[in-house]
Design a protein around this ligand. Structure first.
Ligand code: ADP
Length: 543
């Protein structure tokens, strides 16, 4: 009938809007490479390509005890990390809640009365022998040669600070602006390391902040330590970003800086979440446009808005509302919505994970992270069968599962029943208004949003492989290394069913199987803690 045709057309239109052809993905990588190049040559480009002043990565033999402090959002985390020198470490940590009063009060109170006090409390926690200067800092450490504990007995600390900072040295960076609900006074424009160190000094704490670390750099260093090397650290969590190892000679914007003359390598924090801010190479759908317009940062973090955990649920919510409101008749839930579905950011990406997991349950390609028994380096499960890369041209061959739901197998019906339950429970829609077909439609909507996110994530990874000479767009280079190691962190890549497998499928299309099969993508263990510790060690090594 014509109304069935109209429905079919709407579904096809939406699916087509979310489909990225191979050619499009190639174009995106091409633009990415160009933006990398410009960002490395000039300051204030949207692709910030921030030099981190980290000029080496660990190989796993490092030893020593370090403190790590992680101020990012809701919690403050203090850790003591012991690097054992065999790719392994032990970690003791404590979380402290950051109140709104602290977030918006005087910076001296946040740093002095809170951060320094928390570190003090952590060091004197009776349950664990406090790490004193006498036992520490570098018993058996490779850093012992460089720092004489007699002269400088302070415990070295790495600070993971997840706010925009203009970094000018490994242990120096001015706070540019607060985000995520922070607004502490007299902080903007100040050196964050100095603020913290002054607070330690006022309290007579024997702690020295030697490194300021971005979470991507933490992921890179932490995977390098556990896996014996790493070229890229990438985050796919609330947001997305990556840091990779670049040749110093390519960082043109460093000009004649002494570090440039000495050659070698430096870790670059790409800030790739800002890709496409001033371009339109990514095809936005009406659902993306709505998200962007209503976000607190319209047009900023453009790439991130297609990819990360903070946004995927919201894009899906926009699709579902369009289906509920479809004329002449609603296409799902008998036209009923709910306060959850009506709320801005009402759907968490974790719910999408649950829906996909219910659909994939029992299927062989269910590729969650599986810690390999006895191994210190947890890898994402790559033993799962390959997931085909689905692009615009192939999308038509993939049947919409909901068009023939009455012919579904008993197994599929059972899976859809489970999804019905999840929808009713988590979207707060009466079960009687959620049909099996609705469940299939929701699963389809969720999967097109996640597929696109994984494909675009692959573009960022491919860009780094090509930029560092390990791959060619379209395939063709056999890399010198047998194994190209990548460290990742974030709930999206860790928990979203098949996210990693989908990313790899697109990576394979972009750089060829020869290269893709050598890329070892694994979780960066405790990136913000161990990464900060490793960065502190690196800072001491670099003097
Ligand atoms: P952060 O990036 O802030 O350090 P996470 O890596 O835990 O923290 O990412 C949090 C984001 O991941 C949130 O946006 C949340 O929606 C999403 N998320 C949480 N759990 C899951 C899950 N199981 N599957 C997919 N996304 C998830």
């Amino acid at each position: 009938t014509s109304s069935e045709d109209a429905e079919r057309t709407l579904f096809d239109t939406i699916e087509a809007q979310f489909s990225l052809s191979d050619e499009k993905l190639h174009d995106i990588v091409g633009q990415f490479l160009e933006d990398f190049r410009v960002g490395l040559s000039e300051y204030n480009h949207p692709m910030a390509m921030i030099p981190t002043f980290v000029t080496g990565v660990p190989n796993g033999s490092e030893t020593g005890t370090f403190l790590a402090l992680d101020l990012g959002g809701t919690n403050l985390r203090v850790c003591e990390v012991k690097l054992l020198g065999n790719h392994e470490f032990t970690l003791r940590q404590q979380k402290y809640k950051v109140s709104d009063a602290l977030k918006t009060g005087e910076a001296s109170v946040l740093f002095g009365n809170y951060l320094a006090d928390s570190v003090d409390a952590f060091l004197t926690t009776p349950s664990v022998s406090p790490t004193t200067a006498a036992q520490n800092p570098f018993a058996g450490s490779s850093a012992i040669d460089e720092i004489n504990p007699e002269v400088d007995p302070a415990l070295p600390l790495g600070l993971t600070f997840s706010f925009p900072v203009e970094q000018t040295a490994l242990n120096q960076g001015k706070i540019l602006t607060w985000t995520k609900g922070f607004a502490a006074k007299n902080a903007i424009g100040h050196d964050v390391v100095q603020l913290l160190q002054d607070a330690f000094n006022r309290k007579h704490l024997h702690v020295r902040c030697v490194a300021l670390v971005n979470d991507t750099v933490g992921a890179l260093l932490s995977r390098a330590y556990t896996a014996g090397g790493c070229i890229l650290g990438a985050i796919f969590g609330t947001g997305t970003n990556g840091a990779y190892v670049e040749k110093v000679e390519n960082i043109a914007k460093l000009g004649d800086a002494p570090v440039r003359k000495s050659g070698g390598e430096m870790v670059i924090n790409a800030e790739w979440g800002a890709f496409n801010n001033t371009r339109s190479v990514l095809p936005s759908t009406p659902f993306d446009n709505k998200l962007n317009r209503k976000s607190i940062n319209p047009r900023y973090q453009a790439f991130e808005k297609f990819i990360s955990g903070m946004y995927l649920g919201e894009i899906t919510r926009n699709i579902l509302l369009t289906l509920i409101d479809a004329a002449p008749k609603p296409l799902i839930f008998n036209g009923f919505s709910s306060s959850t579905l009506n709320d801005h950011y009402g759907i968490d990406t974790a719910i999408m994970s649950e829906i996909e997991a219910a659909w994939e349950a029992g299927r062989p390609q269910d590729a969650h992270v599986k810690p390999v028994e006895g191994a210190h380096d947890p890898v994402l499960d790559t033993s799962a069968p390959e997931v085909p890369h689905t692009n615009g041209t192939k999308a038509k061959e993939v049947p919409h599962h909901f068009t023939e739901v009455d012919k579904a197998s008993p197994e599929d019906v059972a899976r859809l029943e489970k999804i019905r339950g999840i929808i009713s429970q988590l979207f707060f829609i009466d079960l009687e208004h959620v049909s099996l077909r609705d469940a299939a439609i929701v699963r389809w909507a969720v999967s097109i949003v996640a597929n696109r996110a994984a494909q675009l994530s692959a573009c960022a990874v491919a860009t780094v492989l090509i930029q560092t000479g390990r791959a060619k767009l379209g395939g063709g280079i056999i890399p010198a290394e047998d194994r190209v190691i990548v460290g990742v962190d974030g709930s999206l890549i860790q928990y979203y069913p098949n996210f990693n497998a989908r990313l790899r499928a697109s990576l394979r299309m972009l750089v060829g199987e020869d290269v893709e099969s050598r890329v070892d993508i694994g979780m960066a263990k405790d990136g913000s803690g161990v990464g900060a510790a490793l960065c502190a060690l690196q800072a001491i090594k670099q003097g």
